[in-house]
Design a protein around this ligand. Structure first.
Ligand code: CA
Length: 228
């Protein structure tokens, strides 16, 4: 299984580590293990893992500090293992360049799904992105649903293309507000709510239970075509 993805696990709790090792080895992943930040950085530089699972509370410091260091040489997805309800940590991790988070205690199925989504993630390089019955032509700035043209305002289109340009990644409210409305509007969370509602009404089968344009409660939004 030499082609299996290499996963770097940064976790100091031996019980959690044991659970991770058993469940990820069963999935066929190759694993690198470490329980502290310094060693994590050395290992990541030496072996260039395909994905990093990162605990935040580590004996030699806060896992958040590792994220920008990893990002300086690696684009591998970083999944933060965070305590449930710590939205502040999740937002900080995402803003520093993490891709996603899994709340502890986690279900193996959910963890595996998020890891697969991260590993499969390929940023769209073509000009047309298709999901379900929707296709978005980024170059000609047109959106079709079941072949019918869907009218989009420039702001709706910008929000949509920002989301679909980062498939599977959780984007914080702050990131989206900055990308679409600019740095002077970082506290205008209501803009996002209004525009997400409009996009869902135009693109989702059931706007109240969106399949593609998901809410990450208290954190932000995620575009996905994976079942998570
Ligand atoms: Ca810990």
């Amino acid at each position: 299984m030499t082609n299996a993805p290499l996963i770097l696990i940064v976790e100091d709790d031996p019980k959690i580590l044991a659970v991770l090792v058993v469940s990820l080895e069963a999935e066929g992943y190759r694993l690198q293990l470490t329980g502290n930040l310094r060693d994590a950085l050395t290992q990541a530089q030496a072996r260039q893992p395909d994905l990093v699972l990162l605990d935040l509370g580590l004996p030699d410091g806060d896992g958040l500090t590792l994220i920008p260091k990893l990002r300086s040489f690696s684009s591998a997805p970083i999944l933060v293992l965070s305590a449930r309800g710590r939205e502040v940590d999740k937002i900080a991790a995402l803003d520093l360049g993490a891709d996603d988070f899994v709340a502890k205690p986690f279900f193996a199925g959910e963890l595996h799904a998020r890891m697969r989504a991260g590993l499969r993630r390929v940023r769209p390089v073509g000009t047309v992105v298709t999901f379900g019955e929707v296709s978005v032509d980024c170059e000609n700035r047109s959106v079709r649903r079941s072949g019918e043209e869907v009218h989009m305002t420039p702001t709706e289109f910008k929000l949509l293309t920002t989301l679909i340009g980062n498939p599977g990644k959780v984007l914080t409210q702050r990131f989206l507000l900055n990308a679409v409305w600019g740095p002077q509007n970082l506290d205008q969370a209501q803009y996002l709510r209004v525009y997400m509602t409009q996009l869902r009404r135009k693109l989702e089968k059931d706007p109240a239970r969106p399949t593609y344009l998901r809410t990450e409660t208290g954190v932000g939004y995620r575009f996905t075509f994976d079942v998570i």
